[in-house]
Design a protein around this ligand. Structure first.
Ligand code: ZN
Length: 249
């Protein structure tokens, strides 16, 4: 698994090698993926990695993985700072996230290219990324932004359910349990997390837009922004993604 390999590399700090990705990729791609929670960006990232190679660096995945399991290795300095913040229930600061990416500068310049997912999330992070890439003599090929109507995203995310006992995940439309409201694995009660209630999703989407719109504008001015309507199914969205990446050659 490419992305798991990369997650582990991130946890091991600056010296670790990234996982080898598709060796037949025609060239190293340097892409940033943007888009609100629930737009299906992670699925697109997996498909891009499978077809075009490139290391998938998902800051969200890294945090989730690190919080669960440090893999028995000492976390890198920036990861240690990030984990401490998460343990206190705080957001990981801009500066720490930038530091985490900086620690992977070798990975950003490797022959396989990269796919950044979840970063940059703010205009300061976008500027910092340009600085990091300048130091390793690389530049972005494109910033791909996925968008979908708010109502559709709310519909997707608010269908999530989780088992109260074993935490198994379900979706009322896409992955329904055999018996409504009951976990297939343990029979536990399925609940909707507070985070997945429509009002909470709306708040999250608005917060995302407020910080991300300047990032979109930043890339638009540089001629790097590519926009993709992500309201279709994952395969048709990927057809658009593929067309855009192929045009960058
Ligand atoms: Zn369960």
């Amino acid at each position: 698994m490419y992305s798991l390999g990369n997650r582990i590399a991130w946890l091991q700090g600056p010296g670790a090698n990234c996982a080898k990705t598709n060796p037949v990729a025609p060239r190293p791609w340097h892409l940033v993926l943007l888009g609100p929670p629930g737009v299906g960006k992670g699925t697109q990232a997996e498909k891009i990695v499978a077809e075009f190679g490139a290391c998938h660096l998902s800051t969200g995945d890294v945090f989730r993985h690190a919080a669960r399991n440090s893999g028995g290795t000492a976390p890198s300095p920036a990861m240690a700072t990030a984990l401490a913040a998460m343990k206190r229930g705080e957001l990981v600061s801009d500066a720490t996230v930038v530091e985490l990416v900086r620690e992977r500068a070798d990975c950003l310049s490797c022959q396989y290219g990269f796919l950044l997912d979840g970063f940059p999330r703010t205009i300061d992070q976008a500027r910092a990324l340009d600085g990091i890439l300048g130091n390793v003599k690389r530049k972005l090929d494109a910033a791909v932004n996925y968008f979908a109507p708010e109502t559709l995203i709310i519909e997707r995310l608010s269908g999530r359910r989780v088992c109260k006992q074993c935490r198994a995940g379900y979706h009322v439309a896409n992955k329904p349990p055999r018996q409504a409201g009951r976990c297939d694995a343990c029979g536990g009660e399925l609940i909707q997390r507070d985070d997945d209630k429509p009002e909470a999703i709306r708040t999250r989407l608005h917060a995302y837009a407020a910080t991300c719109n300047p990032v979109l504008e930043y890339y638009r001015k540089q001629g790097l922004l590519r926009e993709i309507d992500a309201s279709g199914d994952p395969d048709s969205v990927f057809a658009q993604t593929r067309a855009i990446i192929q045009k960058l050659v």
